[in-house]
Design a protein around this ligand. Structure first.
Ligand code: F6R
Length: 369
């Protein structure tokens, strides 16, 4: 049932192009607009939403962090993201114009379920993004958008995460489309571009051998840092989480701009630092800033592992290891930049002799608070 792979995780990483394609399937109309009638949330309801709150745990929380950037950008509706276990205990402010999005692969995570119940008690509308048909969270929500990743067996989430991102993009674009406004043309352009994602993920998967070799060479390291900016920041957090749970290593993700406010003190000779570099096109200020961050850490001895778009030559002089990803619009980059980090963690953990499908102390679905 592992389809010729040694581990479910390897199989699930390889299935990502299909998972992404399946999650897009049937949701883009021939007129280039999104058709999410399945949500049964009328445009009139979506137009009234004045705040979005995303609740989720772990990897799904990282998808939510990325969703915040795109929701605010495409809809101009304020969006908060919170780990579900913190959410209801701080008496969050919600009403019937609040759209709560609960993201959960299993649909059974107790912290997320409790957040959903709390939100509905306050009168908020709850939309679940879920991978498991008929599970508890979608049953208790007002609406659901299913991800079509197929069953995810490995404890560490990979293909579910990419499909959660796709679902978040779809919800953000749909909300933007329903509300209309000055981002209309950009929304249509992105709907057209997101169709390239499966092919681009496939392309990344085809170039992972050097990443595997690098991961094996780092089997004796004790710590790895991950840096990103903008949507690359949650990608850095996700890369660090994968390494913690699979390789049992100290791994931290930081917003690259925060380095100088403390974490740069961690950098010493030979410390591997993975940097997720935003596209040099478009918002190039982000790109320029991260190139200086790479220079800063390298000057202090870091061994830099740079994930950058094809054609980005500015990073070349400062990259000890360079991992190329296809050029994508900045906001969609997490769909491709996450993949090398999954492969890196999986391979490093395997090199350490760990059971990657079943990491110690972890369960696939956390049904206690
Ligand atoms: C990490 C991982 C966990 C889950 C989290 C939420 O690889 O798998 O962090 O993402 O426990 O689970 P779901 O999405 O089922 O609510």
């Amino acid at each position: 049932e592992k389809g010729g792979y040694d581990y479910f995780m390897l199989k699930e990483i390889a299935e990502q192009p299909k998972a992404v394609a399946d999650t897009l399937l049937g949701r883009i109309g021939t007129d280039g607009r999104l058709t999410l009638d399945e949500l049964r949330m009328p445009a009139s309801v979506l137009r009234e939403v004045d705040k979005v709150v995303i609740v989720a745990c772990g990897t799904a929380f990282h998808a939510g962090l990325i969703a915040k950037y795109v929701i605010e950008h495409w809809t101009r509706v304020p969006c908060e993201v919170e780990v579900a276990s913190e959410f209801r205990y701080r008496d969050p402010i919600m009403n019937d114009r609040t759209l709560v999005i609960a993201i959960s692969q299993s649909g059974e995570t107790m912290d997320t379920l409790m957040a959903v119940r709390h939100a509905r008690e306050q009168g908020a509308k709850v939309l679940a993004i879920c991978n498991t048909n008929g599970s508890t969270i979608p049953r208790e929500s007002d609406a659901v958008l299913y991800t079509h990743a197929g069953p995810e067996v490995a404890v560490a989430s990979t293909k579910a995460f990419l499909t959660q991102l796709v679902a978040c993009y779809l919800v953000a674009l749909y909300l933007g489309q329903a509300r209309g406004g000055r981002r209309d043309n950009e929304i249509l352009t992105v709907i057209a571009q997101i169709g390239d994602a499966p092919k681009q993920v496939e392309q990344v998967l085809g170039t992972m051998e050097p990443v595997r070799a690098l991961a094996r060479s780092l089997a004796d390291t004790h710590a790895v840092l991950f840096l990103g900016r903008h949507v690359g920041f949650p990608v850095a957090l996700e890369g660090a989480l994968k390494l913690k749970e699979l390789a049992y290593m100290h791994a931290e993700g930081f917003a690259a701009g925060e380095l100088k406010h403390g974490p740069i003190a961690l950098i010493d000779d030979g410390l591997p630092v993975v940097v997720v570099v935003p596209s040099p096109r478009g918002r190039s200020i982000l790109h320029d800033k991260i190139v200086s961050n790479i220079q800063e850490i390298r000057a202090r001895g870091a061994r830099t592992i740079v994930i950058a778009e094809e054609g980005d030559e500015a990073v070349v002089p400062y990259a000890d290891h360079l991992v190329r990803i296809p050029a994508t619009p900045t906001l969609l980059q997490p769909l491709v930049s996450t993949v090398p980090l999954q492969v890196f963690a999986c391979e490093l953990a395997t090199a350490k002799g760990h059971e990657v499908d079943q990491p110690r102390n972890l369960a696939k679905s956390v049904t206690v608070e």
